[in-house]
Design a protein around this ligand. Structure first.
Ligand SMILES: C[S@@+](CC[C@H](N)C(=O)[O-])C[C@H]1O[C@@H](n2cnc3c(N)ncnc32)[C@H](O)[C@@H]1O
Length: 347
């Protein structure tokens, strides 16, 4: 195999440093901030109302919500200890109104039980990676810079991207690339990975980018987006169990919302957005068989939509923050108490 034609930029310029204020708080504008605070805010007006941000990151959304809703309390969850440390500084002006917990978001039920919280009033999931994670080169998320193949959002997770590449069978690699990267050339890439790792196990991203590039037909290699984009997305989703975590989060999040409570999810790729769309579609639908003249109360929908389909950021927002371009926002509101029986099927 010819891997002599490297496509990875080995030493791209350092990303611009994050802006911080006098308290070390990161100053950044989160995706669709105004729209999200406008949609969640009405559920957070009563004293002690609880907002849960399950992807706290640098606390951009969480700060906006605490500022806009002075009666609200925040439970902030992130699996990344670095993110939580920054969020704590970012939230300094709201001292006494928040608690932060390091956890995966599919552990939501345990986190709330431990805090003695039965019901919540709003929840936000802003999925995927933060700018901080993408820009920290040594974490290996970016294909444009040579770095160790790590890709773990939670450093406690024992399995890195290098381990996935070096230990998965060829059939498993094909499945990962197809399912999580929607990679049409999964077979070719998986075969090349297995051949190359027999020579030497993978440890750094630049070599992986070269192997992927050499495995692809020339027309694909030189046309369209970066040849490694889909493989990197697939590895990241596999390493962090992203879709399983989302499938675990959604039913518990919907189940914990009080009547009037709202959940917002920002997804950045079609796999995540599909899962959110299906789960919300089930939540806003009656569970009665078709043509039943009157729907019995237990089968009535427990939720109603607050967005029509998925909302996108405005062209202005995308122009000032290109990373927002793929964002899709879906929001639903609880309108009836009670169990949401069909949600588990949506998983
Ligand atoms: C897009 S960033 C969120 C940015 C945040 N909304 C803000 O305004 O700064 C996503 C964050 O979610 C975290 N995250 C992703 N998947 C997670 C999961 N399954 N459990 C907990 N945290 C997760 C990541 O570590 C990252 O910090």
């Amino acid at each position: 195999m010819d891997v002599s034609e490297p496509v990875a930029a080995r030493n791209p310029p350092d990303p611009a440093p994050l802006a911080v204020d006098d308290h070390g708080a990161v100053v950044h504008t989160p995706v669709m901030r105004e729209r999200i605070t406008a949609l969640l805010g009405p559920a957070l007006q009563t004293p002690g109302a609880i907002h849960v941000d399950v992807t706290l990151g640098m606390a951009g959304h969480a700060s906006a919500i605490l500022a806009d809703c002075p009666n609200a309390r925040l439970i902030g969850i992130d699996q990344d200890a670095d993110a939580l440390a920054i969020a704590e500084r970012t939230l300094h002006r709201f001292a006494g109104r928040f608690e932060l917990v390091q956890a995966r978001f599919d552990e939501l039920a345990d986190v709330l039980d431990d805090l003695g919280i039965a019901e919540i009033n709003s929840l936000l999931a802003d999925l995927g990676l933060s700018s901080l994670q993408i820009d920290q080169r040594d974490r290996g998320f970016a294909y444009a810079a040579d770095a160790p193949l790590d890709m773990r959002m939670d450093a406690r997770n024992p399995r890195t991207a290098a381990q996935v590449l070096n230990t998965s069978s060829q059939a498993e690699l094909v499945r990962i690339l197809r399912r999580y990267g929607e990679e049409p050339h999964a077979e070719r890439i998986a075969r090349a990975i297995v051949t190359e790792r027999a020579r030497e196990p993978f440890s750094r991203s630049a070599r992986l980018v070269d192997v992927i590039s050499a495995a692809l037909p020339a027309a694909v290699r030189h046309g369209g987006g970066h040849p490694a984009k889909r493989t990197f997305q697939a590895l990241r989703i596999e390493v962090n169990g992203e879709l399983d975590a989302l499938a675990g989060l959604l039913p518990d999040a919907l189940g914990r919302l009080a009547v009037g409570g709202r959940i917002a999810v920002l997804a950045y790729h079609s796999l995540e957005d599909r899962l959110v769309k299906q789960t919300f579609a089930a939540a806003i639908s009656d569970a009665a068989p078709p043509r039943l003249p009157v729907v019995p109360e237990p089968l009535l929908a427990r939720f109603e939509p607050l967005t029509r389909g998925a909302e996108k950021p405005t062209a202005d927002e995308i122009a000032s923050n290109p990373r927002a371009a793929s964002a899709r926002l879906r929001v639903v509101k609880r309108i009836r108490p009670g169990h949401v029986p069909i949600l588990k099927e949506a998983r």
